[in-house]
Design a protein around this ligand. Sequence first.
Ligand code: XIL
Length: 318
Amino acid sequence: FAIGVAVAGGGHHLDQEYPDPFKYDEEYRGVLAKHFNSVTPENHLKWDFVHPERNKYRFGPADAIVRFAQQNGQKVRGHTLLWHSQNPDWLTKGKFSRKELRNILKEHITKVVGRYRGKIDQWDVANEIFDDNGKLRTKENIWLKTFGPSIIADAFRWAHQADPKAKLFFNDYGAEGINKRSDAYLKLMKKLRKQGVPVHGFGVQGHLSLNYPFPSDMAKNLKRFSDAGFEVAVTEVDVRIPLNGGDASEGHLKKQADYYRRALEACLSVKRCNSFTLWGTTDKYSWVPVFFPDEGEATIFNDDFSPKPAYFALQETL
Ligand code: XIL
């Protein structure tokens, strides 16, 4: 069973203050190596980072993370190949014919997945393709907008050709419980599998907030994917605390620990749930305060890497 973590850097929220913790923070690297047996580059394999110009790839940082993982006996999750967000301007604003655009995606997937063949064992091929109502995000997603749903099957096939052993996933937020979004994934995945498309797993991100009740049917939801023969992963867990400028109270931290524990329990209770990945190690480098202005302290380690109640809750549950 893999307990994973996102490796910070390459995103927008850290640029000024902490340019690249993985490179510059020795203590941070120690924590990654000590507590986790799987890593996910938080941004370094997204299009805007890894493919900043039409004919230029930037693999250095992802290579370094993969090397680090190998040295520490860790697995790597690859994130992500087809998404509506964090795409470079050359791609979204460029003028390409359909044929060119299709080749661009094929080339990208072949190159990126191929480079890490045998080294990255799970890929989030398609990320966040459905909205809350279980409708495809056709307006926002350049690939769906241009080609319709058939491009999804293409992407999985190309990824599979590039690394036949890698497990290929769909991944999304707000899909922890049983709802229109998770229903849509289960339906699509079964349909694709029937058509012979290499689709292996479903990842629920697990971006939770104390502002909302815990998705109490999470285990039930994961189980229905597992029962259908799919792998399941919890891929990006963090639990946001409403702060409104202040600090988390003891009560908040206890409740947060409880959310973490319940999410891990849900995964552990399901046969094919193979990993549980945290979206950030320490509050210091978390994306949460930047993206959710009134919330924060969402990870299991304080800024100084001291463990929070959530850390102990996960330890006890494992
Ligand atoms: C976030 C990163 O954590 C940030 O650094 C970046 O600026 C924006 O993206 N769902 C996903 C992740 O699939 O890729 C997102 O990561 C968080 C939501």
